[in-house]
Design a binder for this molecule. Structure first.
Ligand code: BG6
Length: 497
């Protein structure tokens, strides 16, 4: 019997994430023959559905996600999908869940291994965890080694206090090693490559510190607006939606020390140390270190783009930020004094996530063409998405008379690897959880440290409703005040194209 055989129980099975992401990812794993030998999905939610109608909605989701799914493969895969209609908020419904799980487990021989996936409104997390506990569905029986795991989707709390409360609730019922807090950015191939790039090459690591690095930029720009998610987004904002989780996780990997070995304990210890070393931004320093913005109505290619306040389900007087830029310092020996600039926003000119490492200028400028010409500092651009790859900029002599320096680059694109397609983040993360590897999931202490860092900023904005929020026309790079964060003369953000 394979150790990873299991039943994946999805709470919120009639929802968008299940249809759009989870099941297409599972189907792709099935096509690659990566799912365990014995495996099933039990979708759970309040909507009344039969197994057959559940399979039908999921088939549509797979068709939207994949260009041409093989119908025979999907038919076989669909036999692994089951559905149970219960009210996850009702303790007494868990008897039905228990019974159905037992029956499926016996017939499919999944060894009593269950993974619970919370893909449901966050307000339901605590009650589901409690109900699972009361029904004893979290218990791992020593003698048959059956495992029980729980995957928790973001948002993991709303602030430090609620993040801590959720951790407390979870760890009352499950042990920390059973808990998998998902951050889909960690499932991205190119985010994992940051680890390989840093720790499998001898030439970059000696330069990866305050002696050689001038500053670092982390940008996640999106062209989309909030679309149909206005209700969620208006109570969240860019800081909670992108910075507290995805961008700080990237920062953790960029800035961490090399772990003693590549296991979940060592790797996550090192990223947590980065989060614990973030220089706090006190409430009265927020203006100095953080700029927030909100997109306003504009016209792009002749098309009118509504402003954020005109979006569906958004308060017309909303002061929720759709853009956030900040200057962050890490107080440790490696990074002391090096600014990390983080920026994210909706309705920016292009969709790009990238990290730019700006190295220091040469100590002395030999090749100066014009009087105030500056040496071209080296940049390493790590493109997380799209056009995934790595680019190193450096100076070369322009052929011809004199000694004129030209910026050129060495450029690697994942697409050059030919038939290697990059798997969706959820594929990797679901498989890791099935195989019991939590390395790419956020640990409880990491999530709390990240909330601890962003909390004063959120408080400042919440307690001072008149605090400035800058408008920026949709389709531009956010408020120009974000540039003032870069205080060194002549410095500006890197604008990816
Ligand atoms: C989600 C946010 O976590 O990440 C969204 O809630 C955002 O607002 C999305 O659009 C970005 O993810 P990706 O993978 O498209 O960069």
């Amino acid at each position: 019997v394979q150790r990873d055989n299991c039943i994946l129980v999805i709470f919120g099975a009639s929802g968008d994430l299940t249809r759009r992401k989870l099941v297409p990812a599972l189907f792709s794993l099935y096509e690659k023959d990566l799912l365990p030998e014995k495996f099933a999905v039990l979708g759970v939610s309040r909507t009344k559905m039969t197994d057959a109608s559940f399979r039908k909605t999921l088939a549509e989701g797979v068709e939207d996600a994949e260009a041409k799914p093989d119908p025979d493969d999907f038919r076989k895969f669909a036999k692994l999908l089951f559905y149970l209609s219960i009210d996850p908020g009702e303790a007494r419904d868990y008897g039905k869940l228990s019974k159905r799980l037992k029956k499926l487990d016996e017939s499919l021989k999944t060894g009593g291994n269950f993974i619970y996936y919370l893909s449901i409104a966050p307000s339901m997390y605590e009650v589901i965890v409690e109900n699972l506990g009361t029904a004893g569905l979290q218990k791992e029986k020593k003698q048959d080694q059956a495992y029980k795991r729980i995957i928790v989707e973001k948002p993991f709390g709303y602030d430090l206090e609620s993040g801590k409360a959720l951790n407390k609730k979870l760890t009352k019922v499950f042990r920390e090693p059973q808990i998998y807090r998902i951050d889909h950015y960690l499932g991205k191939e190119t985010v994992q490559n940051l680890l390989v790039f840093r720790f499998s090459n001898g030439i970059f690591e000696p330069l990866w510190n305050r002696n050689f690095v001038d500053h670092v930029e982390i940008t996640a720009s999106e062209t989309v607006g909030v679309g149909t998610r206005g209700r969620y987004y208006d109570s969240s904002g860019a800081l909670r939606d992108m910075v507290q989780n995805h961008l700080l996780q990237i920062l953790g990997i960029i800035a961490m020390e090399p772990p003693p070995s590549f296991d979940s304990f060592s790797v996550r210890n090192e990223t947590v140390k980065v989060f614990q070393s973030l220089k706090p931004i006190a409430e009265d320093e927020v203006d100095q270190y953080v700029v927030r913005g909100q997109y306003t109505k504009s016209q792009i290619n002749g098309q009118i783009i509504p402003g954020y306040r005109e979006e569906e389900h958004v308060d017309p007087f909303s002061r929720t930020e759709t853009f956030a830029a900040m200057k962050v310092f890490i107080e440790n020996w490696r990074w002391g004094g090096v600014p990390f600039y983080i920026r994210t926003g909706k309705r920016l000119p292009t969709r790009v996530t990238e990290v730019v490492i700006h190295f220091k200028r040469t100590p002395h400028i030999l090749f100066q063409h014009k009087k105030d010409e500056q040496a071209v500092p080296n940049q390493l651009i790590i493109r997380i998405q799209p056009d995934e790859g790595i680019l190193l900029n450096f100076g070369m002599k322009r052929p011809g008379t004199g000694f004129h320096v030209e910026k050129v680059s060495m450029d690697f694109h994942y697409s050059d690897l030919g038939d290697t397609s990059l798997a969706d983040a959820y594929e990797r993360l679901l498989l890791d959880c099935i195989q019991g590897d939590p390395t790419l999931f956020a640990r409880g202490d990491a999530v709390e440290s990240c909330w601890r860092f962003v909390d004063p900023i959120l408080n400042r904005w919440q307690n001072n409703p008149d605090e400035t929020i800058y408008g920026y026309p949709a389709g531009t790079w956010g408020p120009r005040q974000a540039t003032h964060l870069l205080t060194q003369p002549g410095l500006d953000w890197h604008y990816p194209c």
